[in-house]
Design a protein around this ligand. Structure first.
Ligand SMILES: *Cc1c(COP(=O)(O)O)cnc(C)c1O
Length: 458
């Protein structure tokens, strides 16, 4: 094992160098993947040095999400202390279901959940868990809401049509989860959004009224704190009033930008959060931990337990349910996702996490001002968002992003709102500085001049 740790450290050095020397790796067409890299699995094993050579090839060709040219997704960068925590959890290899096998790691997870609940404005009746991603956090919220509406569904199944509401800008996991839970995709009512991508509350009420008149059972509203494309925040205060009057569970999907709860300057974007029934946030997005680190908290700890506990004599043999976290989780065996956020939080403090969040908005504002001040660009996104959406010289966003990727210049993606397609640059990597943002535009403009504007000769 010791030699593998030395090897690991050596491979990390290789990766760090590659991130600087080739921040965007040469694109391998999928049809050439197995030719260009030896990914085969064979009867006989390899010697260490042969294995190392193959691993180095793989390092060279794997997309570099911590590089300064990666703006493609709702995560990016690498914060040392968070990575350290995650590496340690791999070494411990606990499973989070019981105190017996995870010990203090359970205390660490509970501490993070308690602090997140508090920041969400929930009281001591709150609890939560770590789910394998924001989609699964949303699934857990949906299950709790379903069971809160009708406690017999757990055993008998669904017998009446139940309807739920989410904006047309929300994450696709809401529809997928409706299918998984037996609620049905057709029961997901898409609420219209305004031009900024925020849910239209008047349309929400209309949809609910129609369903009630049809004899269906509305039970759940999903509000989004940071929509996946535009980074818009639904108005939780207004939506919670609707949920209260119709007795609906309100979940706030903060997978992308729920991290604003750490910022004095930006937490107003989730005003009313304390009135929600559940709230999820991906620490692997705004808070910069490695994937995955998804937290869901609910105001109703009893409901979390009711929906997710199951007896298992072979597993729960010591300590109380409070410390046997398998009684409130989606999975049985579960990796330790808490240590990375705890290690980061412990090292920089709550004020350090606030700085991480604020810097993303600062970088976004800086990017927007560049776009506004350069006439070849058009801005499609808004203030208070770390998704910076724009078009350049009326070039198709899809063509531009694909060309940047294939020529290994930049990793950035595109999105769509109201039939307009645009580049979506995400300023979520707090290891970047303003000069890196300048470089982004320099590289993009040079790329266009070089590859996309050349007139055919003759
Ligand atoms: C990213 C995202 C999710 C899904 O989170 P995963 O961890 O990728 O499953 C859900 N909702 C929103 C708004 C997101 O941006």
């Amino acid at each position: 094992m010791q030699t593998d740790i030395v090897l690991f450290s050596e491979l990390c050095d290789e990766l760090f160098k590659a991130e600087i020397n080739q921040p965007v790796v040469d694109h391998i067409p999928t049809s050439k993947l197995y030719e260009q890299l030896d990914l085969s699995l064979n009867e006989n094993g390899l010697l260490d040095n042969e294995l190392v050579n193959i691993l180095k090839d793989i390092i060279a060709k794997t997309p570099k999400t911590a590089s300064k040219r990666f703006f493609n997704q709702l995560f990016g960068g690498r914060i040392g202390k968070a990575t350290l925590g995650d590496l340690l959890s791999v070494m411990f290899n606990n499973s989070m279901y019981t105190y017996k096998v995870a010990g203090p790691q359970v205390g660490i997870e509970k501490q993070v959940l308690r602090n997140i609940s508090k920041l969400a404005g929930y009281d001591e009746n709150a609890n939560g868990t770590f789910a394998p991603g924001g989609s699964m956090s949303n699934l857990m919220a949906l299950v709790m809401a379903r069971d809160a509406k009708n406690e017999y569904i757990r055993s008998k199944g669904i017998s009446r049509k139940m309807t739920l509401y989410t904006s047309e800008e929300s994450h696709y996991s809401i529809a997928k989860n409706a299918a998984l839970t037996g609620i049905g995709r057709d029961q997901v009512k898409l609420v219209k959004a305004n031009e900024k991508g925020e849910m239209l509350v008047s349309h929400l009420i209309e949809l609910i009224e129609v369903d009630i008149n049809n004899g269906d059972v509305p039970f759940f509203v999903n509000a989004t704190a940071g929509t996946t494309v535009l980074g818009a925040f639904d108005n939780i205060e207004e939506i919670s009033a609707v949920c209260q009057s119709y007795n609906l569970w309100l979940h706030v999907d903060g997978a992308y930008c729920g991290g604003v709860i750490f910022s004095k300057k930006y937490k107003h974007l989730v005003d009313g959060l304390e009135k929600s029934d559940s709230f999820s946030v991906n620490a692997h997005k705004m808070l910069g931990t490695p994937l995955s680190c998804s937290i869901i908290v609910t105001k109703h700890k009893g409901q979390l337990y009711e929906s997710f506990s199951n007896d298992a004599e072979y597993l729960y043999q010591t300590d109380g349910d409070d410390f046997n976290l398998g009684k409130t989780s989606l999975q049985c065996g579960r990796r330790n996702d808490a240590l990375k956020i705890w290690t980061l939080w412990k090292s920089v403090g709550t004020s350090g996490l606030e700085k991480i969040v604020d810097k993303q908005f600062e970088l976004a504002a800086y990017s927007r001002s560049y776009i506004i001040n350069h006439k070849d660009y058009k801005l499609h996104s808004f203030e208070d968002s770390i998704s910076v959406c724009f078009s350049y010289k009326d070039i198709s966003a899809k063509d531009l992003c694909t060309s940047l990727y294939e020529k290994a210049d930049l990793m950035v993606g595109f999105g769509k709102h109201n039939e307009t397609e645009f580049v979506r640059m995400v300023t979520i990597n707090t290891c970047l500085d303003k000069t890196d943002i300048d470089d982004f535009f320099i590289v993009l403009e040079a790329h266009v001049a070089e590859n996309m504007l050349k007139k055919p000769v003759g």
